[in-house]
Write a protein that binds this ligand. Structure first.
Ligand SMILES: NC(=O)c1ccc[n+]([C@@H]2O[C@H](COP(=O)([O-])OP(=O)(O)OC[C@H]3O[C@@H](n4cnc5c(N)ncnc54)[C@H](O)[C@@H]3O)[C@@H](O)[C@H]2O)c1
Length: 384
Protein backbone atom coordinates (compact mmCIF):
# COMPACT_ATOMS: atom_id res chain seq x y z
CA UNK A 1 0.00 0.00 0.00
CA UNK A 2 1.48 3.39 -0.91
CA UNK A 3 -1.49 5.62 -0.21
CA UNK A 4 -4.50 5.57 2.09
CA UNK A 5 -7.98 6.20 0.67
CA UNK A 6 -9.92 8.08 3.33
CA UNK A 7 -13.66 8.48 3.80
CA UNK A 8 -14.82 11.33 6.05
CA UNK A 9 -18.19 11.08 7.79
CA UNK A 10 -19.55 14.44 8.95
CA UNK A 11 -18.95 17.33 6.57
CA UNK A 12 -19.69 20.11 9.02
CA UNK A 13 -17.12 22.59 10.30
CA UNK A 14 -14.38 20.14 11.20
CA UNK A 15 -14.97 17.61 8.44
CA UNK A 16 -14.81 20.45 5.90
CA UNK A 17 -11.48 21.67 7.29
CA UNK A 18 -10.01 18.15 7.14
CA UNK A 19 -11.23 17.62 3.57
CA UNK A 20 -9.86 20.98 2.40
CA UNK A 21 -6.47 20.18 3.92
CA UNK A 22 -6.31 16.75 2.32
CA UNK A 23 -7.46 18.04 -1.07
CA UNK A 24 -4.78 20.75 -0.85
CA UNK A 25 -2.17 17.97 -0.56
CA UNK A 26 -1.19 18.86 3.01
CA UNK A 27 -1.14 15.23 4.13
CA UNK A 28 1.24 13.12 2.04
CA UNK A 29 -0.08 9.72 0.92
CA UNK A 30 -3.61 10.48 2.17
CA UNK A 31 -6.30 10.73 -0.50
CA UNK A 32 -9.87 11.91 0.08
CA UNK A 33 -11.82 9.15 -1.68
CA UNK A 34 -15.32 9.60 -0.25
CA UNK A 35 -17.47 11.65 2.07
CA UNK A 36 -20.68 10.89 3.94
CA UNK A 37 -23.15 13.20 5.63
CA UNK A 38 -26.71 12.64 6.76
CA UNK A 39 -27.52 16.09 5.37
CA UNK A 40 -27.39 15.85 1.54
CA UNK A 41 -26.90 19.63 1.33
CA UNK A 42 -23.38 19.10 2.71
CA UNK A 43 -22.36 16.82 -0.16
CA UNK A 44 -21.82 19.78 -2.47
CA UNK A 45 -19.05 21.01 -0.18
CA UNK A 46 -16.65 18.43 -1.61
CA UNK A 47 -17.53 17.76 -5.25
CA UNK A 48 -14.14 16.05 -5.75
CA UNK A 49 -15.12 13.02 -3.62
CA UNK A 50 -17.88 10.44 -4.04
CA UNK A 51 -20.71 11.30 -1.61
CA UNK A 52 -22.83 8.95 0.48
CA UNK A 53 -25.61 9.56 2.94
CA UNK A 54 -24.55 6.92 5.46
CA UNK A 55 -21.45 5.26 6.85
CA UNK A 56 -22.68 1.81 5.74
CA UNK A 57 -23.01 2.93 2.13
CA UNK A 58 -19.55 4.54 2.17
CA UNK A 59 -17.91 1.49 3.78
CA UNK A 60 -19.53 -1.04 1.46
CA UNK A 61 -18.53 0.96 -1.64
CA UNK A 62 -15.01 -0.50 -1.43
CA UNK A 63 -13.64 3.00 -2.09
CA UNK A 64 -12.05 3.57 1.31
CA UNK A 65 -9.33 2.01 3.50
CA UNK A 66 -9.92 4.29 6.49
CA UNK A 67 -12.71 6.34 8.06
CA UNK A 68 -12.49 9.71 9.80
CA UNK A 69 -15.48 10.37 12.06
CA UNK A 70 -16.25 14.09 12.40
CA UNK A 71 -19.90 13.99 13.45
CA UNK A 72 -21.34 15.29 16.75
CA UNK A 73 -19.89 13.44 19.76
CA UNK A 74 -22.53 10.82 20.62
CA UNK A 75 -22.15 9.31 17.14
CA UNK A 76 -18.43 8.81 17.65
CA UNK A 77 -19.30 5.69 19.62
CA UNK A 78 -21.97 4.19 17.36
CA UNK A 79 -20.24 5.03 14.07
CA UNK A 80 -16.83 4.09 15.53
CA UNK A 81 -18.08 0.62 16.50
CA UNK A 82 -19.58 0.13 13.02
CA UNK A 83 -16.37 1.25 11.34
CA UNK A 84 -14.13 -0.92 13.53
CA UNK A 85 -16.34 -3.95 12.91
CA UNK A 86 -15.97 -3.43 9.15
CA UNK A 87 -12.21 -3.94 9.48
CA UNK A 88 -11.28 -0.46 8.23
CA UNK A 89 -8.78 1.83 9.96
CA UNK A 90 -10.49 4.48 12.09
CA UNK A 91 -9.75 8.01 13.26
CA UNK A 92 -12.24 9.57 15.70
CA UNK A 93 -12.54 13.28 16.37
CA UNK A 94 -12.35 14.38 20.00
CA UNK A 95 -13.94 13.61 22.40
CA UNK A 96 -13.57 9.84 21.97
CA UNK A 97 -17.11 9.45 23.38
CA UNK A 98 -19.45 11.50 25.56
CA UNK A 99 -19.15 9.27 28.61
CA UNK A 100 -16.94 6.52 29.96
CA UNK A 101 -19.35 3.61 29.38
CA UNK A 102 -19.60 4.58 25.70
CA UNK A 103 -15.81 4.92 25.48
CA UNK A 104 -15.50 1.39 26.92
CA UNK A 105 -18.01 0.08 24.35
CA UNK A 106 -16.06 1.70 21.53
CA UNK A 107 -12.69 0.42 22.75
CA UNK A 108 -14.17 -3.08 23.22
CA UNK A 109 -14.95 -3.13 19.48
CA UNK A 110 -11.24 -2.68 18.72
CA UNK A 111 -10.33 -6.36 18.65
CA UNK A 112 -8.14 -6.57 15.55
CA UNK A 113 -4.90 -4.83 16.46
CA UNK A 114 -3.86 -4.80 12.78
CA UNK A 115 -6.36 -1.98 12.38
CA UNK A 116 -5.08 1.50 13.17
CA UNK A 117 -7.39 3.26 15.64
CA UNK A 118 -6.49 6.86 16.41
CA UNK A 119 -8.08 9.98 17.88
CA UNK A 120 -7.75 13.62 16.81
CA UNK A 121 -5.86 15.04 19.78
CA UNK A 122 -4.05 17.50 17.56
CA UNK A 123 -2.63 19.51 20.46
CA UNK A 124 -0.31 16.59 21.24
CA UNK A 125 1.74 17.85 18.27
CA UNK A 126 2.31 21.23 19.97
CA UNK A 127 6.03 21.54 20.74
CA UNK A 128 5.39 23.51 23.93
CA UNK A 129 3.28 20.74 25.46
CA UNK A 130 5.72 18.13 24.18
CA UNK A 131 8.56 19.99 25.92
CA UNK A 132 6.65 20.27 29.21
CA UNK A 133 5.78 16.57 29.09
CA UNK A 134 9.43 15.71 28.46
CA UNK A 135 10.61 17.86 31.40
CA UNK A 136 8.08 16.19 33.72
CA UNK A 137 8.87 12.68 32.51
CA UNK A 138 12.64 13.21 32.62
CA UNK A 139 12.31 14.23 36.28
CA UNK A 140 13.67 17.75 35.67
CA UNK A 141 11.04 19.14 38.05
CA UNK A 142 11.51 16.36 40.58
CA UNK A 143 8.44 14.89 42.21
CA UNK A 144 5.38 16.96 41.26
CA UNK A 145 3.65 18.75 44.16
CA UNK A 146 1.13 21.06 42.55
CA UNK A 147 -0.38 21.82 39.15
CA UNK A 148 -2.57 24.78 38.19
CA UNK A 149 -4.03 25.13 34.73
CA UNK A 150 -6.18 28.16 33.96
CA UNK A 151 -7.48 27.56 30.46
CA UNK A 152 -10.17 30.15 29.96
CA UNK A 153 -9.32 31.28 26.44
CA UNK A 154 -12.19 29.29 24.94
CA UNK A 155 -14.59 32.28 24.77
CA UNK A 156 -17.78 31.48 22.84
CA UNK A 157 -20.77 33.68 21.94
CA UNK A 158 -24.50 32.95 22.11
CA UNK A 159 -24.37 32.82 18.32
CA UNK A 160 -21.90 29.94 18.51
CA UNK A 161 -24.17 27.93 20.80
CA UNK A 162 -27.17 28.60 18.53
CA UNK A 163 -25.25 27.48 15.44
CA UNK A 164 -26.06 23.78 15.75
CA UNK A 165 -29.15 22.11 17.15
CA UNK A 166 -26.99 19.46 18.89
CA UNK A 167 -24.76 21.97 20.66
CA UNK A 168 -24.82 22.57 24.42
CA UNK A 169 -27.68 20.23 25.31
CA UNK A 170 -27.45 17.06 27.40
CA UNK A 171 -29.20 15.07 24.67
CA UNK A 172 -27.27 16.50 21.73
CA UNK A 173 -23.78 17.03 23.08
CA UNK A 174 -23.74 15.52 26.56
CA UNK A 175 -21.91 18.47 28.08
CA UNK A 176 -20.43 21.86 27.37
CA UNK A 177 -16.91 23.20 27.67
CA UNK A 178 -15.62 19.93 29.17
CA UNK A 179 -16.91 17.87 26.25
CA UNK A 180 -16.34 20.28 23.39
CA UNK A 181 -13.37 22.57 23.98
CA UNK A 182 -11.50 20.94 26.88
CA UNK A 183 -11.05 17.38 25.62
CA UNK A 184 -7.77 18.77 24.23
CA UNK A 185 -6.63 20.19 27.57
CA UNK A 186 -7.84 17.24 29.63
CA UNK A 187 -6.01 14.89 27.28
CA UNK A 188 -2.82 16.94 27.53
CA UNK A 189 -3.24 17.15 31.30
CA UNK A 190 -3.25 13.37 31.78
CA UNK A 191 -0.65 12.89 29.01
CA UNK A 192 1.79 15.22 30.79
CA UNK A 193 0.95 14.49 34.43
CA UNK A 194 -1.03 11.25 34.75
CA UNK A 195 -4.47 10.76 36.25
CA UNK A 196 -5.59 12.14 39.61
CA UNK A 197 -7.26 9.83 42.10
CA UNK A 198 -10.07 12.17 43.19
CA UNK A 199 -11.79 15.29 41.91
CA UNK A 200 -14.07 17.90 43.38
CA UNK A 201 -15.54 20.44 40.98
CA UNK A 202 -17.89 23.38 40.87
CA UNK A 203 -19.62 23.78 37.53
CA UNK A 204 -21.62 26.76 36.33
CA UNK A 205 -24.45 25.47 34.11
CA UNK A 206 -25.54 28.14 31.66
CA UNK A 207 -23.68 30.68 33.78
CA UNK A 208 -22.74 32.94 30.87
CA UNK A 209 -24.94 31.64 28.04
CA UNK A 210 -28.51 30.57 27.40
CA UNK A 211 -27.58 26.88 27.59
CA UNK A 212 -28.22 24.01 30.02
CA UNK A 213 -24.71 22.52 30.11
CA UNK A 214 -21.54 23.74 31.84
CA UNK A 215 -19.75 26.85 30.55
CA UNK A 216 -17.60 27.47 33.63
CA UNK A 217 -15.67 24.91 35.73
CA UNK A 218 -13.26 25.01 38.66
CA UNK A 219 -11.93 21.60 39.64
CA UNK A 220 -9.66 20.56 42.50
CA UNK A 221 -7.75 17.28 42.14
CA UNK A 222 -5.55 15.01 44.21
CA UNK A 223 -2.95 12.71 42.72
CA UNK A 224 -1.76 9.37 44.09
CA UNK A 225 1.52 10.91 45.40
CA UNK A 226 -0.38 13.62 47.31
CA UNK A 227 0.18 16.33 44.69
CA UNK A 228 -2.79 18.63 44.14
CA UNK A 229 -4.15 20.24 41.02
CA UNK A 230 -6.57 22.97 40.02
CA UNK A 231 -8.13 23.10 36.56
CA UNK A 232 -10.16 26.17 35.62
CA UNK A 233 -11.97 26.64 32.36
CA UNK A 234 -14.72 28.79 30.90
CA UNK A 235 -16.29 29.81 27.60
CA UNK A 236 -17.59 33.02 29.14
CA UNK A 237 -14.42 34.93 29.84
CA UNK A 238 -12.58 37.27 27.49
CA UNK A 239 -9.75 37.73 26.81
CA UNK A 240 -9.18 34.55 28.80
CA UNK A 241 -5.96 32.96 29.93
CA UNK A 242 -3.85 29.93 29.16
CA UNK A 243 -1.47 29.60 32.09
CA UNK A 244 -0.07 26.26 33.21
CA UNK A 245 2.05 26.19 36.35
CA UNK A 246 3.70 23.03 37.65
CA UNK A 247 5.59 23.01 40.95
CA UNK A 248 7.91 20.13 41.79
CA UNK A 249 10.67 19.40 44.27
CA UNK A 250 13.23 20.77 41.83
CA UNK A 251 11.47 23.93 40.77
CA UNK A 252 8.55 25.59 39.08
CA UNK A 253 7.57 25.72 35.44
CA UNK A 254 5.23 28.35 34.03
CA UNK A 255 3.84 28.19 30.51
CA UNK A 256 2.02 31.31 29.36
CA UNK A 257 2.01 33.53 26.26
CA UNK A 258 4.16 31.10 24.27
CA UNK A 259 6.95 31.07 26.85
CA UNK A 260 8.10 28.31 29.16
CA UNK A 261 9.97 29.64 32.16
CA UNK A 262 11.58 27.09 34.45
CA UNK A 263 12.87 28.25 37.85
CA UNK A 264 15.19 25.48 38.98
CA UNK A 265 15.93 24.82 42.67
CA UNK A 266 19.52 23.91 43.48
CA UNK A 267 18.29 21.71 46.36
CA UNK A 268 14.99 19.80 46.41
CA UNK A 269 12.58 21.91 48.47
CA UNK A 270 11.62 19.24 51.03
CA UNK A 271 15.28 18.34 51.63
CA UNK A 272 16.09 22.04 52.08
CA UNK A 273 13.23 22.50 54.51
CA UNK A 274 14.33 19.55 56.63
CA UNK A 275 18.05 20.19 56.69
CA UNK A 276 18.72 23.93 56.58
CA UNK A 277 18.66 25.66 60.00
CA UNK A 278 17.12 28.90 58.76
CA UNK A 279 13.56 30.04 59.46
CA UNK A 280 13.00 31.98 56.25
CA UNK A 281 15.58 30.54 53.88
CA UNK A 282 14.63 28.97 50.58
CA UNK A 283 16.61 26.94 48.05
CA UNK A 284 18.78 28.94 45.71
CA UNK A 285 17.30 28.88 42.25
CA UNK A 286 18.09 29.92 38.71
CA UNK A 287 15.72 30.95 35.96
CA UNK A 288 15.89 29.13 32.65
CA UNK A 289 13.73 30.39 29.81
CA UNK A 290 13.27 27.62 27.31
CA UNK A 291 13.95 28.49 23.66
CA UNK A 292 10.92 29.63 21.64
CA UNK A 293 9.12 26.73 20.03
CA UNK A 294 6.24 26.41 17.59
CA UNK A 295 2.83 24.79 17.91
CA UNK A 296 3.54 21.84 15.63
CA UNK A 297 1.56 20.50 12.72
CA UNK A 298 -1.74 20.08 14.65
CA UNK A 299 -4.54 18.34 12.67
CA UNK A 300 -2.49 17.61 9.56
CA UNK A 301 0.34 16.15 11.61
CA UNK A 302 -2.09 13.77 13.33
CA UNK A 303 -3.52 12.77 9.94
CA UNK A 304 0.00 12.24 8.59
CA UNK A 305 0.87 10.09 11.60
CA UNK A 306 -2.35 8.08 11.06
CA UNK A 307 -1.40 7.52 7.41
CA UNK A 308 2.18 6.57 8.32
CA UNK A 309 0.87 4.15 10.96
CA UNK A 310 -1.31 2.43 8.33
CA UNK A 311 1.37 2.25 5.63
CA UNK A 312 4.61 1.96 7.60
CA UNK A 313 3.46 0.79 11.04
CA UNK A 314 4.89 3.82 12.90
CA UNK A 315 3.55 4.31 16.46
CA UNK A 316 0.53 6.58 16.87
CA UNK A 317 0.88 10.01 18.47
CA UNK A 318 -2.68 9.80 19.80
CA UNK A 319 -4.01 6.25 20.03
CA UNK A 320 -7.82 6.29 20.37
CA UNK A 321 -7.72 4.01 23.42
CA UNK A 322 -6.02 6.82 25.35
CA UNK A 323 -9.03 9.05 24.67
CA UNK A 324 -10.93 7.40 27.50
CA UNK A 325 -8.86 9.33 30.07
CA UNK A 326 -10.04 12.79 29.02
CA UNK A 327 -13.62 11.48 28.89
CA UNK A 328 -13.22 10.17 32.44
CA UNK A 329 -11.81 13.49 33.70
CA UNK A 330 -14.68 15.45 32.12
CA UNK A 331 -17.24 12.99 33.50
CA UNK A 332 -15.73 13.12 37.00
CA UNK A 333 -15.91 16.94 37.02
CA UNK A 334 -19.52 16.95 35.85
CA UNK A 335 -20.50 14.22 38.31
CA UNK A 336 -19.01 16.25 41.14
CA UNK A 337 -20.69 19.42 39.86
CA UNK A 338 -24.09 17.68 39.74
CA UNK A 339 -23.91 15.84 43.06
CA UNK A 340 -21.64 18.04 45.19
CA UNK A 341 -19.60 14.91 45.94
CA UNK A 342 -15.86 14.43 45.82
CA UNK A 343 -15.53 11.82 43.06
CA UNK A 344 -13.03 8.96 43.32
CA UNK A 345 -11.33 7.76 40.13
CA UNK A 346 -11.80 5.47 38.32
CA UNK A 347 -15.41 6.64 38.20
CA UNK A 348 -18.41 4.35 38.17
CA UNK A 349 -19.22 4.44 34.45
CA UNK A 350 -22.72 2.98 34.85
CA UNK A 351 -23.65 5.53 37.51
CA UNK A 352 -22.40 8.38 35.34
CA UNK A 353 -24.40 7.13 32.37
CA UNK A 354 -27.53 6.91 34.55
CA UNK A 355 -26.99 10.47 35.86
CA UNK A 356 -26.53 11.78 32.32
CA UNK A 357 -29.74 10.04 31.24
CA UNK A 358 -31.54 11.76 34.13
CA UNK A 359 -30.25 15.11 32.86
CA UNK A 360 -31.49 14.30 29.37
CA UNK A 361 -34.90 13.20 30.67
CA UNK A 362 -35.22 16.28 32.88
CA UNK A 363 -34.11 18.77 30.23
CA UNK A 364 -36.40 21.75 29.83
CA UNK A 365 -34.16 23.38 27.26
CA UNK A 366 -35.99 24.33 24.10
CA UNK A 367 -33.29 24.80 21.54
CA UNK A 368 -33.88 27.92 19.52
CA UNK A 369 -34.07 27.56 15.78
CA UNK A 370 -30.64 26.84 14.35
CA UNK A 371 -29.06 30.02 13.04
CA UNK A 372 -27.26 30.24 9.72
CA UNK A 373 -23.51 30.29 10.12
CA UNK A 374 -22.37 30.44 6.53
CA UNK A 375 -20.42 33.63 7.18
CA UNK A 376 -18.64 32.25 10.24
CA UNK A 377 -15.11 30.98 10.12
CA UNK A 378 -15.15 28.09 12.57
CA UNK A 379 -11.57 27.20 11.77
CA UNK A 380 -10.60 30.00 14.17
CA UNK A 381 -11.83 27.80 16.99
CA UNK A 382 -9.85 24.72 16.06
CA UNK A 383 -6.37 25.84 16.99
CA UNK A 384 -4.91 26.00 20.43
N1 LIG B 1 -10.03 18.53 16.73
C1 LIG B 1 -10.55 19.73 16.72
O1 LIG B 1 -9.84 20.74 16.83
C2 LIG B 1 -12.04 19.90 16.54
C3 LIG B 1 -12.57 21.16 16.25
C4 LIG B 1 -13.95 21.28 16.02
C5 LIG B 1 -14.77 20.18 16.14
N2 LIG B 1 -14.22 18.97 16.47
C6 LIG B 1 -15.10 17.80 16.63
O2 LIG B 1 -15.69 17.46 15.39
C7 LIG B 1 -17.00 16.95 15.61
C8 LIG B 1 -17.97 17.71 14.70
O3 LIG B 1 -17.99 19.09 15.08
P1 LIG B 1 -18.43 20.21 14.03
O4 LIG B 1 -18.20 21.50 14.68
O5 LIG B 1 -17.80 19.93 12.69
O6 LIG B 1 -20.01 19.91 13.94
P2 LIG B 1 -21.03 20.33 12.78
O7 LIG B 1 -22.37 20.37 13.40
O8 LIG B 1 -20.53 21.53 12.06
O9 LIG B 1 -20.96 19.12 11.74
C9 LIG B 1 -21.44 17.82 12.01
C10 LIG B 1 -21.84 17.19 10.66
O10 LIG B 1 -22.14 15.81 10.92
C11 LIG B 1 -23.32 15.47 10.17
N3 LIG B 1 -23.93 14.33 10.85
C12 LIG B 1 -24.49 14.32 12.08
N4 LIG B 1 -24.83 13.06 12.43
C13 LIG B 1 -24.48 12.28 11.38
C14 LIG B 1 -24.59 10.88 11.12
N5 LIG B 1 -25.07 10.04 12.03
N6 LIG B 1 -24.14 10.41 9.93
C15 LIG B 1 -23.63 11.25 9.00
N7 LIG B 1 -23.51 12.58 9.19
C16 LIG B 1 -23.92 13.08 10.37
C17 LIG B 1 -24.15 16.74 10.18
O11 LIG B 1 -25.09 16.76 9.11
C18 LIG B 1 -23.07 17.82 10.03
O12 LIG B 1 -22.81 18.11 8.67
C19 LIG B 1 -17.31 17.13 17.10
O13 LIG B 1 -17.22 15.92 17.77
C20 LIG B 1 -16.25 18.10 17.58
O14 LIG B 1 -15.85 17.89 18.92
C21 LIG B 1 -12.90 18.82 16.64
Amino acid sequence: MNKVRLGIIGLGNMGSVHSANILAGKVPRLELAAIADADPAKHARVPQAKAFSSLEAMMSSGLVDAILIATPHYDHTTLGIQALKSGLHVMVEKPLSVHKADAQRLIAAYTDKKQVFAAMFNQRTDHYYQKIRQLVRDGELGEIRRVNWIITNWFRTEHYYASGSWRATWAGEGGGVLLNQCPHNLDLFQWMLGMPKRIRANCGFGKYHDIEVEDDVTAYMEFPNGATGVFITSTGEAPGTNRLEIAGELGRLVYEDDRIIFTRNKTPMTEFSRTVPEAFGRPESSIVEMPALDHGGQHNEILKNFTDAIIDGVPLVSPAVEGIHSVELANAMLMSGWTGETVELPIDAARYEALLKEKIAGSKMKKKKKVAVSGDDFTKSFGR
